[in-house]
Each structure stands twice: as C-alpha cells, then as structure tokens.
Design a protein. Structure first.
Length: 734
C-alpha cells in the first residue's frame, strides 16, 4: 500500500498539466502513487503523453466539475493519504515524497496534514504565502482544531493539505458538497486531530480573473451562505467560531471592495453579509482598530450608503495624490486625446468596420480575406483600412483608408462597430461596450507567444506584459485554425474572448484557387513553364540583431540547376529585404533567384511554389493546406528553442524532411527525398493536426458569426481534412 495517493484532477487549463506531470515524472516517488482524473480530451491526451507508465489515467468527460473529478480519483486511490492537486497548479521538486514521509509518522487519529505553499501568477514567479508563520507556531505536534483554531486562517484550498483516505471516505458526501475553498474549511472542522508540516509542498497557480467566466450575482450571495453554514457548525465551539467569523467578515469586505458589482447586486450582497455578521457575532467580539474597524462597524450596521461614501472618500484622496504626481503627463495626454474622446461620445456606427494588419502594413492576411467576404455577404458594412503613409501607394484602387494619428483616424476608431486586426491596436484605443474587437492573429504558434515569453527575455525584449493584457482584454473574438492554436491562445492570452474555431480566412484561397489563377501568378513572378519553384521563407530570430543568412543561396541555386527557381521571402521584420546572398553573382542566376520579400499577398507565393523550405516560420502550417512538399532547414534548432521557447518539438513532428546543414538540404532537393513516401507520410500527420479547420470556408464562417450574428450551429460545417481538395499543383495547372 502506498503512503500517499497524489490525485491530479481537472481540465488542462491553459496547458499547465504537462509541466505538472513532467515534474512528477522527473524524480522517483517511493511510497507515492499518481492518479490523473483527466477532464476532457486535451487533459487525457496530455496525461497519456507526459505521465510515467505507473501513472493511472482516468479519462473523464469534458465538463466534469472539480468535485466529481476529485471523487473519481479518490475512488481508485490505494494510498493511506490523499493529496488533491489541481491540473493548473504545480508541485515543487520532492514535495510528494516529503508529504508522504511526514504522513507516515502520523498516528491514525490524525485526519488532516497541513503544509505550506507558494503562489504564482502570470506576472510573478513563485512567491511565499503568509501561512508559514502559522504553521511554524503550530509545530509538529498533532492537535484538535479547538486547540489550534488559528489554523483556520490558513489559505483555504485543498492543495495545501493532505487527508487520510479513511477520513475522506467517511465524510465524502460532506467533502464534495461545496467548492474547494469551503471543502478545505469543512475538512478541518470534521477532523479529530490535525498535524502540520512547515515546508512548501504546493504551488498555487492563480489564473487571471479576466480569463475566467465572470461571477454571477448568485455566486456572490453563495459566498455568504457558505460561511453561514460553516459558522452554524461551530456554534458550540467558541475558538473555531471566533476565528471563522473574523475570516468571513474580512472576506466579505474584501469581495465587496474589489468586485465591480451592479448597484442592486452590491446592495443585496452587503445586506446579506451584514445580517450574517450580526447573526453569528461571537460574544465579547472586539472589532479591529483603524479603517478596518470602521468598515466592520458599518457592515454590522448595514449602512450601505455610509460605506460607499467611506470608500469614495478614500479613493478620492488616493486619486488626488496620483493626479498631482502625474499632472504634467496628464495635461499632454489630455491634449492629444481631445478629438478622440469627443468622438467617443457619439453613437457607434453599426455599418462601419475598421481593418488593419501587421501594424498598418496594408490589405493583407486574415483581415483582407474577411473584408473581401464581408463585401460579398454584408455589403452595407463599410470597411476602412488603417495604413501607414509609406504603404498607401500600395493599396488596391478605391480602398477607403486612414493614416495613423490623423483626425479621421481617431474619429473612425471611435465610431466603428467592428475593429478587425491580426495584431493589437494601440493601447490608447478604447474598447466601447457596443463595439466588437475581432482578433484574427497571423499564424499558428510554434514559438512561445504572449505571457509565455516571460521566461525568455531574448524574445520578450522588455515587453510590457501588463499593457499586453490590457490589449487582450479588449478582444471579443479570437480566430483559430486548429485545436493546438486555440489551446495555446488560451494559455498565452488568458482572457474572456470567444474562440472562433473556424479556420484562418487567409487560407481559404488554398482551396478555391484555380489552375488559371496559378498560371497567372507564376507568370507574374517570372517562373518559366515547366520549371520547379521553391519558396524559401525563413523566420525572424530574436537572438540576432539583424538578418544573418542561413544559406548560401547562390551556391544552392547552382546545385539545383537551371530549371529550379528560388523565391526568397525575407521576414517582414527586416523591412522587406531578403538576404544579400539572394543577389546573383553572375547574370545567369538572375532569373533563378527572385527576392519576393516585398511581394503581397504571401498566399500567392505559396500557390506558385512546388515546395516550401522554411525553418520555424508559421508559413509551414498554412502551406500544409496545399498538401505539397515542405522541407525544414533547422541548422540552429537548439539555439532557437532555448532562446524563444517552443510549444512542441518540430524535429520530432515535422511536416516533411528535415535538414541540419546546407549539404543535407541540397541532397534532399536534388533527389526525390523532398517528395518521397516518407515525406508524404509525415506531411499527412501534420495536416491532420494543424489544418484542422481550414477548408476554404473560414472567412464565410467568421463573417456569418461575427457580422451577421448567426448561431454557430447554422454555419457551414468544417470539411474533414481527408475529404478536401486543395488547389492544383503547378504541375497540374500547367
């Protein structure tokens, strides 16, 4: 019989389960068994991929609540003690073994073992809790709760306590009837004796409130009801009752102060909290001193209006101090924003949509595909593009546009019902309640994005993550091309946006382009009929200051021969210039190496190419829709992975052949390896995973869902990958 059963439970929230299971698998765990009550397919797949062979994985249906998942895991446990670990949280190295060894020392009369924890959030590393001092004062002697009631002040969560299995099973009905916070309190109230371990054995990973569903009025009222049920249990236990009463009043006051509640809900919450404070007040209770005591007195009095006035006065004092400190910068901002604020006071125009892409580069990417479909399905909605002055001459004729910083720019942003972008709008753009922000993104993530860059300073380059989150919180919708992307956006951009699992609109053309379209594009690029065209599109590297050529393209062109054309696409971060090595050294190469770095749209380059050579660029996920050969040239994979961080091992799951040197790449392209059976097999697996929602009708689904407000059930269903017909290859189109 193992001493401890670690029960990992819940969905794979924001992708944290893999790290938790890897930490459990990294060190031997004598006397410990691990059971994963995995909620949903993602948690199940992650558990099966990251757990040790000894780990028991219990797949549970999506939507199973935490209490049911805990119960399912506990039912299969064989250890003397249970430790419930939520899938979003973490365990410090050696923590399970430490808890198991301490539990082995305890007599059967002890029902609950308490220990310390750290807490972390998106913007902080693991920080110590306030519980350590309480645990230290309790020592190692086991006690009944009535002799150590102060332990009720410990952070109420199941992760910082283990329970004897027989105790859990005796009181299981009561321990699964409440949410985690109140289950933690209930366990202490039911326990005969309690022991402590003054060591950190848990990491509480706190999710952004903005990434969770907003709390309902009922949930706020239930907070008071639950405390009242706990206090009713302790009416004849003076010490625990007094401590719990103080905890309740403090929690209710804090909730009331921090929650942005509608006035009717706030009044009702305050009324209920006031009645509970009076009803359960212990004899000889003394209020705390200072402002906290004033708040406590107003709560007991039920003086909602006075309490609000007290809050307002305190906030006004703080605001005056802040205004004085920032008077100069405030005046500048006020002058700059005057026109914008004036425009914000006018009604939103329901027939106006603002489109932007790549920091105002032009009519490209997902926004361009959505705008085109919008003109077809909802022509009454007028599109206006935001474009920098240098890119205005490149706009299609007749494109209505504004340039950043102008009067019309701010007025248009203020009055538009729809704001569509594949990156974020500036911080100063206000999210109006009746406007809709549609974030389309511009690729499937291999590299770490958003908050996941925090551990990679070379990639983050001083990024203000708080400002980033403020921009993310403006999103109403986020477009996704596959399940992997949906999950990574949820992890990297934790907020309340709705994921549109409809495919990337820019990829529709890979299923709608005709043979004539492909012939026209190749002629425009100067590709002679019958010639092979290879698109080389390397990505940007955060650890390099500028473009560092990965290949000698002139030498490669020589080896590939007269009938191969290299289309070289430099990353847009480099200002539209490709590697200097694309410049031919002899006149004979001029038609075989073509710098297409400034060519838009990139989708036409993909349609023109017989094959793609890239490293870690997201273009590989889009190009895979065409079911044409892809070669990964990864000469610096280890450096890239270390400095940027990646979401999966591309070397283990590539879309085709992989080269690590120029000679290997040359061998692949001068033989049939680039398009052989092995390459086709890996490409098929890659397409199933990453072309999941791209079927040629993504733009239509997005327009119907967002602009025409049609239900998801009424949208065109996604065609399975195996049943799709991509655009013809250049060979088929010739």
């Amino acid at each position: 019989m193992p001493e401890l059963s670690v029960i990992v439970h819940g969905p794979n929230t924001q992708g944290h389960l893999a790290g938790l299971l890897d930490s459990l698998a990294a060190v031997p765990l004598p006397g410990v068994e691990v059971i994963v009550a995995a909620v949903g397919d993602w948690a199940r797949d992650t558990a099966q991929a990251h757990a040790t062979p000894e780990t028991l994985v219990l797949p549970l249906p999506d939507g199973t609540d935490d209490a049911a998942a805990r119960a399912a895991g506990a039912a299969r446990a064989s250890g003397r003690w249970l430790h419930f670990v939520h899938a979003k949280d973490g365990l410090p190295p050696g923590a399970p073994r430490m808890v198991a060894e301490r539990a082995a020392e305890l007599p059967d009369e002890v029902d609950v073992l308490l220990f310390d924890h750290v807490h972390s959030a998106w913007h902080t590393p693991a920080l110590p809790s306030w519980d350590g001092r309480l645990l230290a004062s309790a020592g190692r002697t086991d006690l009944p709760l009535d002799d150590a009631a102060r332990l009720l002040r410990l952070t109420p969560m199941l992760g910082n306590r283990a329970m004897r299995t027989d105790f859990w099973r005796t009181y299981e009905d009561q321990l699964t009837a409440e949410d985690e916070q109140f289950t933690a309190y209930t366990a202490l109230l039911l326990a005969d004796r309690i022991a402590c371990l003054n060591q950190v054995a848990y990491e509480d990973r706190r999710l952004r409130p903005e990434s969770l569903p907003p709390r309902t009025a009922h949930q706020y009222y239930a907070l008071v009801d639950r405390y009242e049920r706990l206090l009713a249990r302790t009416e004849d236990r003076p010490a625990p009752h007094a401590v719990l009463y103080g905890v309740m009043v403090h929690d209710c006051l804090r909730t009331f102060a921090r929650a942005d509640l509608p006035d009717p809900v706030a009044r009702e919450f305050f009324r209920r909290a006031s009645q509970a404070a009076v009803r359960h007040r212990p004899e000889n209770h003394r209020r705390p001193a200072g402002p906290e005591g004033v708040r406590h007195a107003l709560l007991e009095e039920g003086a909602y209006t006075k309490y609000r006035a007290f809050q307002t006065a305190n906030r006004a004092r703080r605001a005056v101090k802040s205004t004085l400190r920032g008077r100069k910068s405030y005046a500048v901002a006020k002058l700059r924003d005057h026109q914008y604020r004036k425009a914000l006071s006018r009604p939103v125009n329901p027939d106006l949509a603002v489109f932007a892409a790549y920091w105002y580069r032009g009519v490209v990417c997902n926004p361009a595909a959505i705008a085109a479909k919008l003109a077809e399905l909802a022509p009454q909605i007028h599109p206006v593009w935001v474009v920098t002055p240098r890119n205005v001459p490149l706009l299609p004729p007749g494109t209505d546009h504004v340039t950043p910083g102008t009067r019309r720019y701010w007025e248009t942003l203020a009055s538009a019902k729809y704001l569509v972008n594949n990156v974020n709008f500036p911080n100063a753009v206000v999210k109006r309640p009746d406007a809709i922000h549609l974030q389309t993104h511009h690729g499937t993530p291999l590299k770490h994005m958003g908050l996941d860059q925090m551990d990679f300073p070379a990639a983050a380059k001083g990024l203000n993550f708080a400002a980033l989150l403020a921009r993310i919180d403006k999103w109403d919708y986020s477009v996704s091309a596959n399940s992997h992307t949906t999950r990574m956006w949820e992890r990297a951009y934790p907020s309340r946006f709705v994921s549109l699992d409809h495919g990337y609109p820019r990829n529709d053309v890979y299923y709608t382009a005709t043979a004539a379209d492909i012939r026209t594009i190749r002629a425009r690029l100067g590709i002679p009929p019958g010639h092979r065209a290879i698109l080389y599109a390397p990505t940007h590297r955060d650890y390099e200051a500028g473009w560092t050529p990965r290949l000698d393209l002139a030498a490669l062109a020589d080896r590939l021969g007269e009938e191969t054309v290299l289309l070289v696409r430099g990353h847009y971060f480099y200002g539209g210039s490709a590697s200097p090595l694309t410049r031919p050294r002899r006149t004979g190469r001029s038609s075989r190496i073509v710098d297409v770095s400034s060519y838009d749209p990139v989708e036409e380059l993909c349609l023109a190419a017989d094959a793609l050579v890239t490293d870690y660029s997201s273009i590989m996920f889009d190009y895979a829709n065409l079911d044409r050969p892809i070669v990964i040239h990864a000469d610096d994979w280890e450096t890239y992975r270390t400095t940027r961080g990646v979401y999966f091992d591309l070397m283990a799951e590539p879309p085709g052949q992989v080269s690590r040197t120029q000679e290997e790449l040359t061998d692949i392209l001068t033989t049939d390896a680039w398009r052989d059976e092995s390459a086709a097999k890996t490409r098929a697996a890659f397409r199933r995973r990453f072309c999941e929602y791209d079927d040629g009708r993504a733009a239509e689904r997005v327009v119907r869902r967002v602009f025409l407000v049609e239900s998801e059930e009424s949208l065109p269903p996604v065609i399975p990958v195996e049943e799709r017909t991509p655009a013809p290859t250049p060979e088929e189109a010739s």
